[in-house]
Design a protein around this ligand. Structure first.
Ligand code: TTP
Length: 611
């Protein structure tokens, strides 16, 4: 459901940068002789020359479309060059596209907060850079404005002929403009410079939209392609939205868009202006109603998130028509391939970015042999992600089996699977500190075997589904993913929680957190079984504060930490939120009572901290 975020942040300068026919450009850089020629990237299979997934602008002129198969593209454009996507493990290997995307991100992120929205698009918040330019060298003081900036399409200002260039120059340099237009003018120049730098350093062209919010910037970036930029001054918003079909808006492509059309007769975003906020709330609920009221006016407070790494890693493959999987062993074979890639990517993320993925999700599309309930979908399933290829493979298979049982119900007379994907999500940073909790856990992860098992299979986590939207380019076709790479077979997540038992600490710092843990050498391990909780990590969710200490439970273990054993300076090494919690424990441990808490040091170490 859309969440309305009124823009309370003043005059922002937001850009959406989208690479042009991205996979084609990556392939053309590898084979420069293809530059300027009609080219398409094809995901090869034997059926009709494979599916086109990216089409160069030269080929588009002949009428070649992404929806075509290779054979059809050859018919409409006999001179087209079809380049096959690299293949690994029997499926498309997107690594070269991912790293090409990262090259671009590293250039774009130099001028402002940068959010990588997919393999080939980013949002930039350039407000600060624009403010700085405005105060230090405003456009009207620049003698030679970059031609790329002059070629911009400023909505409401005439096009790119000679008069157009002069009009744009006048718009960029108007000294009596309102502050927000001046900022946008600076943003225009900055984005032109950035696009130029991307071209020089990577040989890739990109297009951009520049506006006061993400929604408008995204709408604008696709308006003039390839290698151009479009600006949306506030004064042009009403016109832009007046003729914009609702289905073009993110979040209005589905049922909500259809209901607006069928029930309210709304065709364009501008048509929404005739409805009061109350009316829209009455019909669609408070949040969606307000969100609709806002977008009709071009209002959106969504922030550029400051994230250049992916929110999740996904690997998927489709098995259309006769290639559908019909036996458990076929599914297992492909799950193993997908999980092997996923394992490499989460390991690489851990090693390069110090990030840990917490949730493994399996999605599948399945059909029954005798399908009475045609509408019934294969339920997506999630569980805690255990590190190590074999564990991921084992867990993914369990998730699949659990989903299949639910999907089939009593109809066990045959099925076929036409798509499979595995996703690692809820990715969190491992915090670093002076005496480095991080080093400690990394050290442990090399030496401790994960003891965890698949404690609890959950129905698909809604957060995973949301992330699929962000990655539509990934999951809607054959392949998927974002960044990733390299292995260690040891479990980290389970390890982190179970580490107390196997620590042979190397004392690295005076007040080290190591000492803190290693000093607790007499845990009250109780031979009792603690019932499994709803917590998928297998933890009893309680921290018991007793008169002299804190007990942390994990299944059949109970560790007791005496308050008197805790060197307060050790606590300083913990992140602030955990410090506060530990201080709370220490305070409460002086009072004899039991308490139940939710946010937790244990959760923190289990890396299942709420985000
Ligand atoms: P897009 O940005 O949607 O398209 P594009 O970059 O090819 O072309 P445009 O200039 O119109 O933006 O997708 C980026 C890449 O993602 C694309 O080059 C190939 C891949 N992709 C697929 O593999 N399958 C798909 O269905 C789509 C839409 C994209």
């Amino acid at each position: 459901m859309p969440i309305p975020r009124p823009d309370r942040q003043g005059d922002r300068v937001i850009a959406h940068v989208d690479m042009d026919c991205f996979y084609v450009q990556v392939e053309q850089r590898k084979q420069p002789e293809l530059r300027g020629l009609p080219t398409a990237v094809v995901q090869y299979n034997e059926w009709k020359g494979g599916a086109l997934i990216a089409v160069s602008y030269e080929a588009r002129k002949f009428g070649v479309k992404r929806s075509m198969r290779g054979d059809e593209a050859k018919m409409v454009c006999p001179s087209i060059h079809l380049v096959q996507v690299p293949v690994a493990r029997g499926k498309a290997d997107l690594n070269s596209y991912r790293s090409a995307g990262s090259e671009v991100v590293s250039i774009l992120s130099a001028r402002g907060r940068c959010e990588r929205a997919s393999i080939d698009e980013v949002y930039l918040d350039l407000t600060d850079a624009a403010e700085t330019m405005l105060s230090e060298s405003p456009p009207e003081a620049i003698e030679d404005i970059d031609e790329e900036a002059l070629k911009s399409h400023v909505l409401g200002i005439t096009g790119a002929d000679v008069d157009g260039l002069n009009n744009v120059r006048r718009w960029l340099c108007q000294s009596d403009a309102v502050h927000k237009d001046k900022l946008l003018a600076c943003g225009t120049i900055i984005v032109a410079q950035l696009r130029d730098e991307v071209l020089r350093k990577t040989e890739f062209t990109c297009s951009a939209g520049i506006a006061h919010n993400k929604m408008l910037a995204k709408l604008a970036s696709g308006m003039h392609k390839p290698a151009q930029q479009t600006i949306v001054p506030s004064s042009a918003v009403t016109n832009l939205l007046a003729s914009l079909p609702v289905k073009k808006m993110k979040q209005l492509g589905g049922k909500l868009g259809s209901s607006l059309h069928d029930d309210l007769g709304v065709n364009t975003v501008g048509d929404l202006l005739q409805f009061s906020e109350e009316k829209l709330q009455e019909r669609y609920g408070v949040n969606t109603g307000t969100w609709l009221w806002n977008i009709a006016r071009g209002i959106s407070g969504d922030e550029v998130e400051g994230r250049i790494l992916p929110k999740s890693h996904g690997c998927g493959k489709t098995f259309p028509g006769p290639r559908a999987l019909k036996t458990s062993s076929c599914v297992e074979h492909w799950l193993n391939q997908l999980c092997e890639e996923l394992n490499e990517r989460v390991q690489s993320d851990l090693e390069q970015n110090k990030r840990v993925a917490n949730t493994l999700t399996l999605h599948a599309t399945a059909h029954k042999a005798s399908d009475i309930q045609l509408h019934k979908k294969f339920p997506s399933k999630s569980c805690p992600l255990r590190y190590g290829r074999d564990k991921i493979q084992e867990d993914a298979k369990k998730l699949f089996d659990s989903g299949l049982r639910e999907f089939l119900g009593s109809h066990t007379d045959g099925w076929r699977v036409t798509s499979l994907s595995v996703i690692a999500s809820k990715i969190l940073d491992i915090p670093s500190g002076s005496c480095s909790i991080l080093k400690f856990f990394q050290g442990k992860s090399q030496s401790i075997t994960s003891g965890g098992s698949l404690e609890d299979i959950l129905d698909d986590d809604p957060s995973c589904s949301t992330e699929r939207d962000d990655e539509h380019k990934v999951f809607s076709y054959e392949e998927c993913s974002k960044d990733g790479g390299a292995p260690s077979q040891d479990g980290l997540i389970n390890t982190v929680c179970a580490q107390k038992k196997s620590i042979k600490p190397k004392d690295k710092g005076k007040n080290s957190i190591l000492k803190f843990f290693s000093s607790i050498d007499a845990p009250a391990k109780q031979a009792q079984n603690v019932p499994n909780s709803s917590d998928p990590q297998g933890y009893d969710d309680r921290r018991h504060c007793t008169h002299d200490g804190i007990s942390l439970r994990r299944l059949d273990d109970l560790w007791t930490i005496r308050a008197a054993d805790i060197d307060p300076s050790v606590v300083d090494e913990l992140p602030l939120e955990i410090q506060q919690e530990v201080q709370g424990w220490l305070r409460s441990s002086k009072r004899p009572h039991n308490c139940t808490r939710r946010s937790s040091l244990l959760n923190y170490f289990s890396l299942d901290k709420p985000t």
